[in-house]
Design a protein around this ligand. Structure first.
Ligand code: 13P
Ligand code: SF4
Length: 363
């Protein structure tokens, strides 16, 4: 039982929560560190000790000395922080409902079934290296650990996939088909040699011949937020602003990535626009909180940063971390109570750590 139940915090105003968050943080001092993904809303992001994309946050979680890591992001990120941090450290996700809908598109039962099906076509352990995008549950990272595979993020997918091909001739890439396709294409693999694997169909919906011919099998998964961005948005922007630059996240579809000037992780997007030498006009294909924050911050420098889609597309699960949940979490910590701790079971954590450490060594 926690000292303070969440119910009492639900009715607090945002302003009241902000004040309580500030006071609790002062009391906690260095005991707690607040890691924040770039998609977090401003009323949370402003409290961050450290910010980053998935790779940077994984490294920060592994390096911090704080006893409590309050993770303002989504569930798989907090799991990674728990796996990479020391046993005496605790990782807290302020709202346990902050998941990732793309991560949910693959699960262990489906991946294991797919692996067995592939084994009926070829000696799977010698033929396929499994790569899981970091946007996946810990048991899938453990699967990769057990089967000689690895984890990748949006900022290291090319290096990781090269490593995978040095080990075995083919790759099973899950759960984001778009990151897998974009990565393979940039390594020179023809689109025809990358086949979509539908885990809900026998043999992924492919013939044995198609599986034998493919270099990469792309799990049929995607991020709903990034599918809102379309090539027509880029065409309209280029017609309006021929001098403008387009930058997108690799979770966007292939057409959008191909039409963009730059493709990269959230950290890469933030860094590229901030460090651009000239004022310029940018169109950005990633989550709205990140884009709106950049637009506001860089407007005084004369940089115009605009969101790619004409409809609002936020990551609704990232949004779940709100001032009410953060105030509740921190005030419980001040009272010596840990709520919403993320604990990956030991065996799973050990195997997942193997695939994460392989990734960290390479990137
Ligand atoms: P980054 O690793 O680029 O921050 O991406 C995480 C994510 O979930 C993007 O949708
Ligand atoms: Fe998952 Fe998409 Fe949200 Fe990223 S933006 S956390 S991939 S649902």
């Amino acid at each position: 039982m926690s000292n303070f139940s969440f119910a009492a915090y639900n009715s607090l105003s945002d302003a009241e929560c902000q004040e309580r968050i500030r006071v609790a943080r002062q009391k906690l001092g260095r005991e707690a560190t607040l890691l924040c993904h770039h998609y977090q809303r401003n009323d949370i992001y402003q409290h961050a000790d450290l910010t980053g994309d998935s790779l940077k946050l994984a490294r920060l979680a592994a390096a911090t000395d704080a006893r409590r890591i309050v993770f303002c992001g989504v569930h798989f990120m907090a799991e990674v922080a728990d796996i990479l941090s020391r046993p005496e450290q605790q990782v807290i996700l302020p709202d346990l409902a902050a998941g990732c809908s793309m991560a949910d598109m693959a699960n262990l039962a489906k991946v294991e079934r797919s692996w067995r099906e592939l084994a009926s076509v070829c000696p799977v352990e010698e033929t396929f290296t499994p790569i899981t995008y970091i946007n996946s549950a810990a048991d899938l990272k453990a699967f990769c650990g057990r089967h000689g595979g690895i984890v990748c993020t949006s900022s290291n997918a090319a290096a990781i996939t090269r490593w995978a091909f040095a080990k075995r001739p083919k790759v099973l890439f899950f759960p984001d088909q778009h990151l897998g396709r974009w990565t393979g294409y940039n390594m020179g693999i023809p689109l025809a040699e990358m086949q979509v694997w539908d885990p809900d169909l026998p043999l992924g919906g492919l013939s044995e011949a198609a599986i034998r011919q493919a270099k990469i099998l792309l799990w049929k998964g995607h991020c709903a937020v990034h599918q809102m961005f379309q090539k027509r948005h880029i065409d309209a922007f280029r017609a309006r602003c021929p001098e403008g630059r387009v930058i997108v996240h690799p979770e966007c579809n292939f057409e959008v990535c191909s039409a963009a000037d730059e493709v990269g992780s959230t950290e890469y997007i933030v860094k590229t626009i901030k460090e651009a030498k000239t004022p310029g006009h940018w169109q950005v294909g990633t989550e709205l909180n990140l884009v709106e924050r950049l637009a506001k911050e860089l407007a005084p420098e004369g940089k115009i940063v605009e969101f790619m889609s004409d409809i609002v597309c936020m990551c609704s699960t990232m949004q779940r971390i709100d001032p009410q949940h953060l105030a509740w979490t921190l005030e419980n910590l001040v009272a010596g109570e840990v709520v919403n701790q993320i604990v990956v079971p030991e065996r799973e954590a050990g195997e997942a750590k193997q695939s994460l450490e392989r990734m960290l060594q390479i990137s």
